[in-house]
Design a protein around this ligand. Structure first.
Ligand code: SF4
Length: 478
């Protein structure tokens, strides 16, 4: 007999489980959310109203609100309105909150009022993962990714974009004025209709010009030379595949053992160049690492940052970028000169030795200058320098950069390893976020939002690696 699987009749009387507890299986991941939050000292973490007040209407326990948020981010329900809806109908959330159903405004205010404390909760879970030995604490990959802000490109103004829009608007005005001239040659009744329409368009374009000029003045006065109207902290940033987007630059340090995020940071710096030492230092602190090596892409290469990492006892694997003007113009760059550390001399492509001559200070950095007297008679001179003699400069701390280069050469697989490590966390989080990425405006709010995403990612990852029972054991023991 042909048939389908059929559901129960809605009017059939059934015996539901007697307690909410019976609905939640032993290996349900929300048990970890519950046990983890209950273990936290919310007052010490800085949560608002961690102690009940003597007067006024009693508020919700911060633990309840935090559980709602962690559950939401674990299950891709990030908006406060959706969380309110889920608290009425979602059995897991009902179990987690003990049937409390806060209004969406209360839920939204909790995230807004506890931004720093939420960030600390994320760090606390990294501590749990450390106790569970989920980190190698020896090798992390640092990477940055652009996450879209609540600000469209039309509402962002840079010097270049405002100039382009001014030119376009002026061109429109010129076009309408030319049409107005042409309309004068038409029949009177058509002329009047067309002229009125064109004058209206010209007036609207002139008003737009005035507005754009006001934005131009704002852009010029702004320290970052750009203005975002919807989220003033968001910045126009280049995308990896070309083009630009109004975003935040999210930095993360991913541990090599299980791809867990050791630490993260949300910035509005358009480039990664000044992030290395800060991220490496934060990762070392979060992992309590005694001997840490960090891998990063060439976008992080900056001498001062690498020197700071070595000063903090952190080794660095970052490929050098050769962006010299000489190379771009088809001449030898510094990379074509070999440094002889023993003799403190450079050997040029013609085999001549450039010896130390004098010091110079550039942008606060002491540079040693090397030269040879052989350049005037050198057959390679046109490929080497446009001056009388080639000068090679060496920063006084360049031996540290040479040590970093040597370490990279000993680890030829480092860049492939970096890619494997960083792609998983950012790919997963962006997939969870959907196409809109951040929901909140302003940097401190976005930082709290990202911390919840990172916490959810680490929690999900830890569950996948160890299972619920093992983590529960750790949370109940500690
Ligand atoms: S120009 Fe001077 S530094 Fe350059 S290759 Fe010739 S000798 Fe060497």
């Amino acid at each position: 007999m042909k048939r389908f699987i059929e559901g129960e009749n809605r009017f059939q009387s059934t015996l539901f489980p007697e307690s909410l507890e019976d609905y939640i299986a032993e290996d349900n991941s929300i048990r970890i959310v519950d046990a983890f939050v209950d273990k936290l000292n919310l007052k010490a973490l800085g949560f608002d109203r961690a102690e009940p007040s003597d007067t006024g209407r009693p508020g919700y326990l911060p633990a309840t609100m935090l559980k709602i948020y962690i559950y939401g981010y674990l299950n891709r329900i990030q908006s406060s309105r959706r969380l309110e809806r889920e608290s009425y109908r979602n059995v897991e959330l009902i179990w987690l909150t003990g049937r409390l159903m806060p209004r969406f405004k209360t839920i939204a205010d909790f995230r807004k009022d506890n931004r720093k404390a939420i960030r600390r909760v994320c760090t606390e879970f990294v501590g749990v993962c450390r106790e569970l030995e989920l980190f190698s604490a020896t090798l992390v990959a640092i990477d940055g990714s652009k996450f879209k802000a609540v600000n469209s490109r039309d509402k962002n103004f840079t010097q270049k974009s405002v100039k382009r829009r001014l030119q376009k608007t002026q061109a429109n005005i010129d076009r309408y004025l030319a049409k107005l001239d042409a309309a004068d040659r038409e029949e009177p009744e058509i002329r009047e209709v067309n002229a009125a329409e064109l004058k209206q368009k010209i007036a609207s374009m002139e008003a737009k010009m005035e507005q754009l000029k006001a934005y131009e003045a704002e852009v010029e006065a702004h320290p970052d030379s750009q203005v975002s109207l919807t989220d003033p902290d968001a910045r126009s940033m280049m995308k990896a595949g070309g083009g630009s987007t109004v975003s935040y630059n999210v930095q993360s340090a991913v541990d090599s053992k299980h791809h867990l995020i050791a630490t993260h940071e949300v910035t509005n710096a358009p480039s990664d160049r000044s992030q290395l030492s800060s991220m490496a230092g934060q990762a070392a602190a979060a992992l309590d690492a005694k001997a840490l090596t960090v891998i990063a892409d060439p976008g992080y290469y900056k001498g001062e940052e690498i020197v700071d990492c070595y000063a903090a006892g952190i080794k660095v694997l970052v490929p050098k970028t050769d962006s010299s003007w000489a190379k771009a113009r088809g001449r030898y760059s510094k990379a074509d000169f070999h440094y002889d550390a023993e003799q403190n001399e450079y050997i040029c492509p013609a085999g001549q030795r450039l010896t130390y001559r004098f010091d110079s200070v550039e942008h606060g950095k002491t540079q040693w200058v090397y030269m040879t007297y052989q350049c005037s008679s050198c057959p390679l001179k046109s490929q080497c320098t446009t001056g009388k003699a080639k000068r090679i400069k060496r920063w006084e701390k360049e031996d540290i950069l040479d040590a970093a280069d040597a370490l990279l050469k000993q680890n030829p697989d480092a860049m492939r390893q970096r890619k494997r490590l960083v792609e998983h966390p950012f790919g997963t989080i962006k997939y969870w976020m959907g196409s809109t990425h951040f929901l909140m405006k302003r940097l401190p709010n976005v930082q709290a939002e990202m911390s919840l995403h990172v916490l959810a990612y680490n929690m999900r990852r830890a569950i996948n690696v160890l299972g619920v029972a093992k983590i529960m054991e750790q949370l109940q023991v500690a």
